[in-house]
Design a protein around this ligand. Structure first.
Ligand SMILES: *Cc1c(COP(=O)(O)O)cnc(C)c1O
Length: 408
């Protein structure tokens, strides 16, 4: 039986050669390779500063701490995202306030969000204060899900109007663009992931991109236990002087071994991206014969990177409720699994997950679109080395799976 995975990272001898070079130098912790990798990604995305970390989760946490987020704050997070976006907010002691998403782009619904803020916050001393908890609205973490940028110009407009901060979760969005501007270059700090399910991988890894020099400096220090040399030590530049530790820092450093992989992966990223965009086009065409599925939307002017290829079941066209269509989808996914084809739901609605449900008392229908995306999304196998034949095979098997699901 043919086995088709949901995702397969692409490596060749370049990764091995780059890693060997690092091993030969004997310097394997954060060092010159990390700096080189940071420089390559910053240049690619058109951003001045890049700070590599152990993951996107730690990049988000580090950014929020460096920006000054803490227990007295509320931070807006779209509910339909990987749980790590909300978790990073909660690590700081701030409250992740979950909001609605748009059903076609899967990204934050700004109209819904603005209305929610109007209804739940009051302006006091130039700050937006939560009517119930008294917490101050600190900022918003828009997510560019599956490789499609959130509407960053509109996010920025709203944030400026409300006088709140922005941190972009671009875990899936390396190389994504709006009108030619790359993710990370919209003027807000942004975080990337290099997990194997993402566009390029370092095994585990993440990065903060920013044009804000002070934020970059702060994040660099906090990444490494908040170690900083005093002005005197810097002036005397004596190597044996210990740094000072004036803040509660972390060890969120990437290794030079990981960075070597990153350098190798970046060398082929543009080629991989171009190929994947053609393959997505191929799926879009093939899936015209599968009326149950809505293919990923790409608004005019947007460059989608297809970190994954995520469709939605068209429950309205099928005449099914969200919950019945969810059962239909799961039957189809079972059939595909037993026939060697891996599928996943896109990601989850965070407000339906145990920790958030328990802590904040969310009900599924509090955010019905995020809930529908959770129940109806379907990610199908998609990766750089996937052949046209395999794509055709997946679509044929999808058609079979939907027949089986309809008749059981
Ligand atoms: C994968 C992902 C993360 C977490 O990335 P890690 O590098 O695994 O920590 C965060 N947010 C989103 C939207 C993701 O898809």
């Amino acid at each position: 039986m043919k086995q088709i995975p949901i995702m397969k990272p692409y490596f060749d001898e370049v990764e091995i050669n780059e890693i060997k070079k690092v091993l030969d130098t004997g310097w394997v912790a954060q060092g010159p390779k990390v700096a080189e990798f940071e420089g390559i990604v910053a240049k690619h995305e058109g951003v001045q500063h890049a700070i590599a970390t152990t993951s996107c989760t730690t990049a988000l946490h580090l950014s929020l701490v460096a920006m000054g987020a803490g227990p007295t704050h509320d931070i807006i997070v779209p509910s339909y995202t990987f749980v790590a976006t909300a978790n990073a907010v909660e690590y700081t002691g701030a409250t992740a306030v979950l909001v609605e998403v748009d059903r076609s782009t899967y990204n934050i619904d700004l109209t819904w969000t603005e209305n929610y803020i109007k209804d739940h916050y009051t302006t006091k001393d130039n700050k937006l204060v939560n009517n119930e908890t008294g917490k101050e609205l600190f900022g918003i973490v828009p997510v560019s899900l599956f490789g499609l940028c959130a509407d960053m110009p509109a996010v920025k407009k709203l944030a400026q109007k409300l006088n709140i901060r922005i941190l972009e979760d671009n875990a899936c969005a390396l190389g994504a663009t709006i009108d030619g501007t790359h993710e990370g270059a919209f003027g807000n700090p942004a975080c990337l992931s290099f997990h194997p399910r993402k566009s390029i991988t370092t095994g585990e890894g993440g990065m903060i991109l920013t044009n804000d020099e002070d934020l970059a400096k702060k994040a660099r220090e906090l990444r490494s236990h908040a170690a900083s040399l005093s002005e005197v030590a810097r002036h005397e530049s004596k190597g044996y002087l210990l740094p000072e530790f004036n803040d509660l820092g972390f060890n969120y450093r990437m290794t030079d071994i990981q960075a070597a992989m990153g350098v190798a992966q970046m060398g082929k990223f543009d080629k991989m991206l171009e190929t994947k965009q053609k393959k997505a086009e191929n799926y879009n065409n093939l899936l015209k014969n599968v009326p149950e599925l809505i293919v990923p939307a790409v608004p005019v002017g947007y460059g989608h990177t297809y970190q994954s290829y995520v469709c939605m079941l068209d429950n309205e066209k099928m005449g099914l409720s969200v919950d019945d269509a969810n059962l239909f989808r799961n039957r189809a996914m079972d059939f595909l699994e037993t026939n060697g084809i891996a599928t996943r739901q896109g990601t989850h609605a965070v407000h339906t997950l145990g920790f958030y449900k328990k802590k904040y008392g969310y009900k599924p229908q509090d955010l019905p679109v995020a809930y529908a995306c959770d129940r109806l999304s379907l990610a199908i196998p998609f990766y750089f080395e996937m052949s046209d034949d395999d794509q055709e095979y997946v679509v044929e098997m999808l058609q079979k799976a939907f027949k089986v699901a309809a008749n059981s």
